[in-house]
Design a protein around this ligand. Structure first.
Ligand code: 13P
Length: 254
């Protein structure tokens, strides 16, 4: 991390927790966590628990997010949720382009781009996810894949649009596998992402954009990851579902 950028620890609950379970989790979490002045905590529950968590998160200074959205504001899109709807529920972040959505639900750089634009337009912050699969890493193509995803999702946005965007580097081979990228492997890609952002936009944005690491982040590895200069936070799946482990992640030490 870098003192110029506020660290962000984000929980992606994926398809876990009912509203009742989500409230019980937050009540317990708040008892186990201290003040959050120097760090930001974001919780992205399933759509069905967003409303239930809104008040409780706001009171405690946590941020609320969604895991996906549609790019249109309204219309005949059965089963979809728009960005104004999420904003209205108190969301300030939306995760966009998670690898599970790319792999299982046909999301492409093009739809990631449309969703990113919709999130910004609605006045929220997109958390744009990128990452290579194992085969691409083994072929030495990690940077090429990351650049293509970054270009597809973000190139052409204005510096103003980009100013709040959060990027999450999540190597697909590290998600839910227990196999974390080493801090050095993650740092190498984060530094590359920062350089690419600088070439698309400006050094001012390069310095402010927050880049999270995701993929088997847990209490035992969070400190070493957060010690890297270009890692500004974590996007956490499995370890965010248990109060004890999420509380430890929030209280990472560098
Ligand atoms: P895990 O922390 O379970 O590996 O999941 C990471 C992730 O996909 C967060 O978005």
């Amino acid at each position: 991390m870098n003192p110029d950028r506020k660290p962000l620890i984000a929980a992606n609950w994926k398809m876990h927790k009912t509203p009742v379970e989500a409230i019980a989790f937050m009540e317990r979490l708040q008892k186990e966590t201290g003040p959050l002045d120097d760090r930001e905590v974001l919780v992205a529950p399933p759509f069905t628990a967003i409303q239930a968590l809104g008040n409780i998160l706001r009171q405690k200074g946590y941020s609320l997010g969604a895991q996906n959205c549609h790019w249109e504001e309204k219309g005949a899109y059965t089963g979809e949720i728009s960005t104004p709807m999420l904003k209205d529920l108190g969301c300030s972040y939306v995760i966009v382009g998670h690898s599970e959505r790319r792999q299982l639900f046909g999301e492409t750089d093009q739809t990631v781009r449309l969703k990113t634009a919709a999130v910004i337009k609605a006045g929220m912050t997109p958390v744009v996810c990128l990452g290579e699969v194992l085969e691409e890493r083994e072929q030495g193509r990690t940077f090429e894949v990351i650049d293509k995803q970054l270009k597809g999702a973000l190139q052409g946005f204005s510096a103003e649009q980009m100013s709040g965007v959060v990027i999450a580097y999540e190597p697909v081979w590290a998600i839910g596998t227990g196999r974390t990228a080493t801090p050095e492997q993650a740092q190498e890609v984060h530094a590359h992402i920062r350089g690419t952002i600088s070439s698309f936009f400006s050094t001012a944005i390069e310095k402010t954009v927050r880049i999270l690491y995701g993929g088997s982040v847990k209490p035992s590895n969070v400190d070493a990851l957060m010690a890297q200069p270009d890692i500004d936070g974590a996007l956490v799946g499995g370890a965010s579902l248990e109060v004890g482990s999420f509380a430890s992640l929030i209280h990472f030490n560098v």
